[in-house]
Design a protein around this ligand. Sequence first.
Ligand SMILES: NC(=O)c1ccc[n+]([C@@H]2O[C@H](COP(=O)([O-])OP(=O)(O)OC[C@H]3O[C@@H](n4cnc5c(N)ncnc54)[C@H](OP(=O)(O)O)[C@@H]3O)[C@@H](O)[C@H]2O)c1
Length: 239
Amino acid sequence: MPAASSDRVALVTGGNRGIGLEICRGLAEAGHFVAMGSRDAAAGAEAMSELDQKIQDRLIVVQLDVTDAESARNAVAQIQTRSGRIDVLVNNAGVYLDEGVPGSSVSIDVVETTLRTNLIGALRLAQLVIPGMRERRFGRIVNTSSGYGRCDSTDSGGVLAYKLSKVALNGMTRVLAAELRGSGVLVNALDPGWVRTRMGGRSASRSPREGADTAIYLATLPPNGPTGVFFRDRRQIPW
Ligand SMILES: NC(=O)c1ccc[n+]([C@@H]2O[C@H](COP(=O)([O-])OP(=O)(O)OC[C@H]3O[C@@H](n4cnc5c(N)ncnc54)[C@H](OP(=O)(O)O)[C@@H]3O)[C@@H](O)[C@H]2O)c1
């Protein structure tokens, strides 16, 4: 269904499962029109069919592999054609491929894939949506980082690829926030905590809904909300 002009239009990457699916649900419940980015469109359609019927007409699935320039361009164009704009981008898609692997021996392929997904993918989408956000003087860009995105996370060994991707994602957040200050476009990062998803595992302390809460909060910030800030549980935390 096309968005009414008063609705906000959001794109969530990696929206088909885990934290991303809960972000889609929460934004749709908050009245947004949500494009659920899914690398595999069929997986997205299946995830959507399991959501409450009441919010299904506020959602569409768009095929979106964040490492693929053409897929990203097509996804953004499809949303813009259907809804006229993108007001909110939640960069949520991520991979965690080097758990327990020392940085001194992690494969370069793993490092490249991790950076292409967690960092370059987020930048690619941000670059696609920023021009329209600037023009309309409204935008929210939410980057799903991690506790491993904190600078001091690099003081312990291991998980080099994932840590570098999230530390750099935090750096990207600050650079874009600085460039966009005063434009109406707010750019922030968050640590969702340890969340029970395929990535976080079954022992994690938080539900996906709890993990999604701060991302939804940042996606719905009011005018003059914070920008260039790292959050956890809706509170500022140190980089
Ligand atoms: N879970 C935690 O404890 C935790 C902690 C800190 C930060 N985070 C961050 O939170 C975010 C969501 O994590 P999660 O726990 O929900 O993970 P998850 O359950 O493993 O889900 C990851 C999502 O990212 C998608 N994805 C991966 N590569 C992609 C690509 N190239 N293009 C598009 N989508 C891609 C996956 O799609 P497919 O289904 O196609 O694979 C899936 O939808 C990630 O950025 C993660 O780093 C999670």
